[in-house]
Design a binder for this molecule. Sequence first.
Ligand SMILES: *[C@@H]1O[C@H](CO)[C@@H](O)[C@H](O)[C@H]1NC(C)=O
Ligand SMILES: *[C@@H]1O[C@H](CO)[C@@H](O)[C@H](O)[C@H]1NC(C)=O
Length: 204
Amino acid sequence: MPSSPYTGHANQAKHDIESSELRKKKRMKCLAYVAAFAVFQTAVILIFVLTIMKVRTPKFRVRSADFDESFQVGNLSTPSFSFRMDAELGVKNANFGNYKFQNSSIFFLYGDTGVGEAAFSKSKAGWRSTKKFHVSVDLSSKSLPSNSQLGNDLRSGVLNLRSQSRLDGKVELLFIFKKKKSVNMDCTLTIGVAEKQVRQISCK
Ligand SMILES: *[C@@H]1O[C@H](CO)[C@@H](O)[C@H](O)[C@H]1NC(C)=O
Ligand SMILES: *[C@@H]1O[C@H](CO)[C@@H](O)[C@H](O)[C@H]1NC(C)=O
């Protein structure tokens, strides 16, 4: 039986409503995807900014130290020391970019008195890596005041030296953004006199 024109129109209208509703649903779904993607993008950018673009201060320390045959300490009535030390220094760079630093020096102290220093040349620590280099320094107690604690230290068998240094340089995030960053070193080396070895290195 042929449908009346009236029923036909009604069916057509119903069909139109359904398909427009379907289109609406599709549009909403699409919008939801776009919104989810935008949130995802924002999160990615935030993580990027917070982790990769963050400038971290490199760490500068004495990693190890050795002495050669020149190692000498005086007797207890005239306490003294004199030796050449080979120290391995490390610049640990946790940034997503190189850390380039200028020429500088490292100073060794007994108490507050300088007992030796060494210069080193400019260099760079690659991104997320540690730059290691060596300095040789002659250390001597000759500039110490006579009332120093050295006699007591040598009697107890240990010699505590401090190492201080400062790096001035730049962090280059992703090779583009440059940020000035200075790094201080302040370490204490505990040297065992009898065994002529470094027992411990602690850095602030
Ligand atoms: C300690 O060393 C000084 C100079 O090196 C020396 O004149 C003195 O005799 C020494 N004393 C002893 C007890 O060995
Ligand atoms: C850095 O040190 C080197 C030698 O170690 C020297 O030739 C150079 O002139 C120094 N540069 C600056 C800027 O002091």
